[in-house]
Design a protein around this ligand. Structure first.
Ligand SMILES: Cc1cc2nc3c(=O)[nH]c(=O)nc-3n(C[C@H](O)[C@H](O)[C@H](O)COP(=O)(O)O)c2cc1C
Length: 315
């Protein structure tokens, strides 16, 4: 897939995920084969006040997309300009449904105002040289995805990612891939389909059902970056690889810890513990492991617990 002048080595994209997509996690997803990784959403006002909260962005992550969230078109352009040297793409969030975002007019709240979406895309596209992309939901209360997608394209978006749910729809409702196809059919820029891809077969079906150019994977990668390797293997061979065993996932987690250490992020204990909990999903004795992680006071303690657990993991 090619987004503007940025050539990706495949069509797999790590979805932006707040609280999940730390630098070490993004590096593991790249290593597992993701063609593009994204940061969690970066609130532009928060970034201006405390940039260090949002972590580092490294050359070795490239291609990296930094996602911005704001209703302020001018500020979006200014922050995008500050960040463009740290990434290959700037993405704009028009989909976050959390009250903390929509109550202040950010994220999915923007789906109510197509003109405003266009304004933000235009401001950022004019401010930076890197390609600008938009990540949208289907609409606020009704499906407006084609109109919103067209507004993005018209105002300079080099690609549009579609998470095929309305603002108020949770994961209990299936991602409506048919609506992704409508956006794909209406736009000339690449369209990236998103929602409910858990396996190689899912990814292939999404590509075939919608004709879209890329596949964005979110929850399936949480605690399991190897999903990208499995999907690519499926694309090549038609064979669905087995899920990693609990022991393999703990080994992957130790690798993640090594990256936290390498990039001097050991102080991010809360983040490390959350990752430990996600990586322990499916582990025999996982509930006990998770109970023991919570009270730990240092990354070294987490590492020691993981090492002990990995030695005993029989699955
Ligand atoms: C923990 C979590 C955090 C998320 N944070 C963001 C975010 O920062 N920006 C965004 O555009 N979408 C965010 N999303 C939505 C995902 O990017 C994606 O659109 C959604 O999970 C559907 O894809 P999936 O079915 O592959 O998970 C988040 C999802 C999860 C589970």
């Amino acid at each position: 897939m090619e987004i503007g002048k940025v050539k990706l080595k495949n069509e797999l994209v790590l979805a932006p995920m707040a609280g999940v997509n730390s630098l070490p996690f993004r590096l593991l997803c790249r290593e597992a084969g993701a063609g593009l990784v994204s940061t969690a959403m970066v609130d532009v006002q928060g970034f201006l006040a405390k940039p260090e909260v949002f972590g580092q962005f490294l050359k070795e992550e490239a291609p990296l997309s930094i996602q911005l969230v704001t209703p302020d078109a001018k500020l979006a352009g200014a922050v995008a300009k500050k960040l463009e040297r740290s990434c290959q793409l700037i993405d704009l969030n028009f989909g976050c449904p959390a009250g903390s975002a929509t109550n202040t007019g950010r994220g999915a709240a923007l789906l109510k105002d197509v003109g405003k979406v266009g304004e933000i895309v235009k401001s950022v596209s004019e401010a930076v040289k890197v390609p600008v992309t938009a990540k949208i939901r289907l609409g606020w209360k009704k499906i407006d995805a084609v109109e919103i997608g067209k507004a993005c394209e018209k105002n300079g978006a080099a690609a549009v990612a579609v998470h095929a749910r309305l603002f108020g729809e949770g994961y209990g409702i299936k991602s409506r891939w048919g609506e992704i196809k409508k956006v794909k059919d209406a736009l000339s820029v690449p369209v990236i389909g998103n929602g409910d891809v858990w396996t190689g077969a899912d990814a292939k079906r999404l590509l075939e059902a919608t004709g879209c150019d890329g596949v964005m994977v979110g929850r399936a990668a949480v605690g399991d970056p190897d999903i990208f390797h499995r999907i690519l293997h499926y694309f090549r061979t038609g064979e669905e690889l087995a899920l990693p065993s609990g022991k393999e996932k703990l080994e992957m987690f130790l690798k993640l810890l090594g990256l936290y250490r390498k990039h001097s992020l050991k102080e991010r204990l809360g983040e490390v513990k959350k990752q430990a909990i996600w990586f322990s999903k499916g582990l025999v004795g996982g509930a006990e492991f998770r109970r023991r992680v919570s009270p730990l006071r240092s990354v070294e303690d987490v590492e020691a617990l993981v090492n002990r657990t990995a030695q005993g993991a029989m699955n």
